[in-house]
Design a protein around this ligand. Sequence first.
Ligand code: PLP
Ligand code: COI
Length: 344
Amino acid sequence: MTTFERAPLNYAELPFGYQKTDINVRYIWRNGSWDAGTETDSEFLPLPIAAPALHYGQALFEGLKVYTTKDDRALLFRAEQNARRMQHSAEMLSMQAPPEELFLEAVERVVRANRRFLPPYGEGATLYVRPLLLGSGAQIGVAPAEEYVFMVLVTPVGPYFKNGFSSTKLVIEDEIVRAMPGGIGTAKAGGNYAAGMRATVKAKKGGFGEALYLDSTKRFIDELGAGNFFGIREGKRYITPASPSILHSITNDSLQTLASDLGYIVEKRPVPVGELFDFVETAACGTAAVITPVESITYKGETITYLKDGQPGPHCTELYNALTALQTGDAPDSYGWTHEVNIN
Ligand code: PLP
Ligand code: COI
């Protein structure tokens, strides 16, 4: 039973946007250890003007969601994977990451403190959790910061791509290379998103939903700016790029397991651009994107259309239903992927 009053929002109409909630938390790493964290209602972060996060890009983040069940419980989905990925990202940028237990404690603390913003079940909205890590100690030399801020904020969100489970049109970016082997494409570094903005703006100007990146040789599919990519071939084959320059998506990883349970053959390997002609369905996947079916992909002026009427295809629908049923507690969680946050 719910013991709190929900914030009066139009949850069904929420965009994927930021809005202020009640509390965020900040932990400071200084002299070799993390402090106990401070809860605040301030939307501002005091940072030294010489913080390496500001000058040299020692800035990274995570993204996960809280899913509301039919009986109004709050579920996290594989949050420990986000904690581990933050550690990987931090290693790539020579930063101090919070230990897994601290990461999870911080997430639960902020979710509990903002429970009144938890969207009701079935409205197509979720509480998005954004952990952020910044190199904050003042210095001007290019070197790892001597102090770090780890903070967590939450905000209720609607679908990342407009209209929820509906399709989007992609364009292959054939000029801008966002990440390359040996670079930081596997890290959830803020700089990767800055590097992708030019391509997104260009794609939107051209009337597309997003850009699809190739690898640095321009022969293989990498991913989107905010999600991994997968394609389905005849014979129930789920195919997704293996690449040293993409983010390891927790959603994609989960979908590979669920697809296999549903009788798909899962192939994680380099995906040549030419294979786009062989797919019967393609999609973007990620925490924010969930599964976003792709209506068409345009490359050098040529368009491959997957969905004639823009309606999601049967494979994406089957996978979407399996994933979201598990996340919202509608289907049994045989992998122990969900974790309830006590909000009462
Ligand atoms: N790739 C990029 C570049 C992303 O920003 C995201 C979003 O988090 C993903 C992939 C999907 O990752 P996940 O499924 O863990 O959210
Ligand atoms: C996510 O899916 O959580 C992301 O981080 C994507 C994004 C909005 C940058």
